[in-house]
Design a protein. Sequence first.
Length: 362
Amino acid sequence: MKVHGTHYRTIWADDRERVHIIDQRRLPHEFVVLELKSLADAAEAIRDMAVRGAPLIGATAAFGVALGLSADPSEAGLRRAVAALEETRPTAVNLRWALNRMLNALVSLPRDLRRAAAFAKAREIADEDVAMCRRIARHGADLIFELADSRQGARVNILTHCNAGWLATVDWGTALAPIYHAFDDGAAIHVWVDETRPRSQGAALTAWELQAHGIPCTLITDNAGGHLMQRGMVDMCLVGTDRTTATGDVANKIGTYLKALAARDNGIPFYVALPHSTIDWNATDGLREIPIEERSPVEVLTVTGRTADGAIVPVDVAPSGTRAANPAFDVTPARLVSALITDRGVCPASRDGLLSLFPERA
Ligand code: MRU
């Protein structure tokens, strides 16, 4: 997508195989590009959320392996890189998906070919992510147009949570991709953007992305969605997922489950968009099997923003000494999901639904 008229991906390697990312910790206040110079830089960028969002975490891990092999192309070096990256964030399964692909592609190669092959594979994973998101965009846009037709031209109000836009992927996004596609094709759309405490990915990233694209949007507190749904002000919820079980349960940013409950109570469709790299085919029970990342209480006890003098700083929001808990994701059971929007099409959130699109997994 474009930033100030220039097309960017969220991660890329230049022709000298230097890896660059957009530092998402600085957005929306500053647009800063960082170079990742080592495996340790890549692991830290994922852990500290300079990059975030399930597909981008996977792509960054792939480039992290390539950087690791630049320093140590041995098989032990490869395995060490994979192990170091694997433990950076637990919930997004794209991380393991990308690391397994890197390991399988590289382990049997001679040592002197590994580094170049690793960069080629990481680029392939990044390109595939873009292609998958483009397909999600087309499938999801059909749903938006169906809704728009039934509303005879009145704008479609879509509620989204966290950031599942181009910043969460290599380009285009998952949940926001259909919105970009439908908007570019003329659909009248307005997006309700959940602020998404504690890291405020909605306020900082989704609002920034949508406005840069000219899409009308309104930022709301995380608690406002249910009220808006009761008043008929939401026509559809559209979110991403960090891990989807083979039975259609989805883990996404904390607070997603409450939106799904409110949507069900108000008869509003609740869609989840995902590339197939987000499906954990080994998991069948999201509540029991998906590990939920527990992040630092500091994220709850503070809010980071820009002060009048331009400094970007965290400020305290609770009395000193307050105890805080910070589960970063929750699981929405398949029964609350109206449909999954995947790169292969739209299906019911169920084992049969997923298998109808991915029969090779039967
Ligand atoms: O903690 P984050 O910002 O990495 O969480 C991201 C989300 O929850 C997104 O909704 C998710 O990755 C799915 S969309 C690409």
